[in-house]
Design a protein around this ligand. Structure first.
Ligand code: GAP
Length: 440
């Protein structure tokens, strides 16, 4: 077996159970029997998902001078999706099993029905993955709208708006994080493929002659982003698509792949979209989406390099990579070794006992840390049980307030990964935690 794959065949089940049990994800509309393949993010899940998106925004927008953000509408008119090619080509081959009548994506089943084992299927037909809806109270043509299947088009249709308001010049990028919707035929594997999901995409506009160089640059940057946030290198690889597998807009695509429990699969795609999108929208709208290079006195349509990631899918990969079971003091514990930037809580404040004497100083410690870190506060059960509960959800640091704290004005800081504990004066606590998380 490839070393990239966990030997634990139950890893996926364990992570799904943990996610449900501890409030990362809930089946949507569960009290009504659940709505297939849609998930709600609970108190811990929403923290972690926001952290994934914040880490992406920080690295892709905040720390760069060549990338700006937008937040475009989810609903769009058919004209956008006709020009982008989605109305015509954003389809999957749909087949029906002739025996049990279940529907599948033809390319996912190897000719055998996963439900009943039959090999008899209907002819494949193209099934468009976009969700169609009505805008306004009047039905019919003119009222049709689509939920976006990718955030990308909002960056292309706003190309001139961004160019004129920011005075950027190629190479520059426009980034967006938000929901996208695809009527997937076979949603599967927890939040890996769902009908409603979140994307983190950036369209990087470049002079055509520089496209290949920037394509390679962004593949490298995006691969290293996952490494930097704690996914080990043996669980990541790059996979360049063969020409015949490219999407309708792509001149080259390389996926960052992750070693999921079911094998290597896509985490993010980096594509060279050429001038496809800007040309299509220029032609269809009659508005020229071009750049005028004053130095060269030349007008041209930039090429686009697009790193396109899934926020929800990335969160799942971070959870899978972080999940560990180890033995501490003779007891097996579950621990999520999440990077502190992704952990739902970075700090837990744990008064040793419920006795009221500890309440004041514990609240003082909480108030000191809350403006800087996402903090949990837990007084229930034994301290050992509370450490395990925090380990299980990936909290990097537990701060224990005990009776000595009342005298020495110090607390114990316990490290999730080593379980080592050190005594730190409350006056130095914030600086000590900042140092541990490399924030100065
Ligand atoms: N704009 C290009 C684009 O959308 P994509 O490869 O179809 O490319 C980009 O999607 C990323 O969005 C994927 O790598 C994946 O992380 C995420 N994604 C796509 N479809 C998804 C789905 N049904 N459920 C969850 N994530 C999805």
């Amino acid at each position: 077996m490839d070393s990239a794959f966990e030997t634990d065949p139950e890893l996926l089940e364990k992570v799904i159970n943990l996610a449900k049990r501890r409030g990362f994800t809930f089946q949507s509309a569960e009290i009504y029997g659940g709505f297939r393949s849609t998930y709600d993010y609970g108190p811990l899940g929403v923290n972690m998902l926001r952290n994934v998106k914040a880490a992406w925004w920080r690295d892709m927008v905040q720390l760069r001078q060549d990338v700006v953000g937008i937040d475009a509408a989810i609903l769009g008119p058919p004209a956008v999706w006709a020009a982008s090619g989605h109305l015509e080509t954003f389809t999957d081959p749909l087949v029906d099993c002739r025996t049990c009548k279940e529907r599948f994506r033809e390319d996912k089943i190897d000719g055998v029905c996963p439900n009943c084992g039959s090999t008899q299927f209907t002819e494949a037909r193209a099934f468009n993955l976009m969700f169609k809806t009505q805008a306004g109270p009047v039905e019919g043509e003119g009222a049709t709208a689509y939920l976006r299947p990718e955030t990308a088009q909002g960056m292309f249709t706003n190309f001139n708006n961004v160019l004129f308001t920011t005075r950027k010049k190629p190479p520059f990028g426009v980034a967006q994080v938000g929901k996208s919707f695809r009527n997937e035929i076979t949603p599967q594997n927890f939040v890996f493929r769902t009908r409603e999901f979140e994307q983190m995409e950036m369209e990087y506009f470049v002079p055509p002659a520089e496209a290949d160089e920037w394509y390679r640059y962004w593949i490298d940057v995006r691969y290293n982003w996952y490494l930097g946030l704690g996914i080990p290198s043996d669980k990541l690889r790059l996979h360049e698509h063969a020409t015949e597998d490219l999407s309708h807009y792509s001149r080259g695509t390389t996926d960052v792949e992750f070693a999921y429990p079911w094998g290597w699969d896509e985490l993010e795609g980096v594509a060279n979209r050429g001038d496809y999108d800007l040309t299509q929208h220029s032609n269809a709208s009659g508005t020229k989406l071009e750049y005028f290079d004053q130095t060269a006195n030349e007008r041209y349509t930039p090429y686009v390099i697009e790193p396109a990631a899934g926020a929800t899918r990335a969160m799942m990969a971070f959870l899978l990579a972080a999940y560990h079971e180890d033995v501490v003091e003779g007891e097996t514990r579950t621990v999520l070794r999440l990077d502190w930037r992704l952990a739902p809580y970075q700090v837990a404040v744990l008064p040793l006992s419920k006795k009221p004497e500890l309440e004041g100083v514990s609240q003082e410690v909480l108030s000191l840390l809350q403006p800087h870190f996402a903090c949990d506060y837990d007084v229930t059960q034994s301290i050992g049980r509370r450490y395990r509960r925090q380990d299980e959800v990936g909290t990097p640091y537990c701060i224990t307030v005990d009776f000595d704290s009342l005298e020495d004005r110090a607390v114990t800081v316990r490290d999730r990964d080593t379980t080592l504990q050190v005594r730190v004066p409350i006056a130095h606590l914030l600086a000590a935690l900042r140092e541990r998380t490399n924030q100065n």
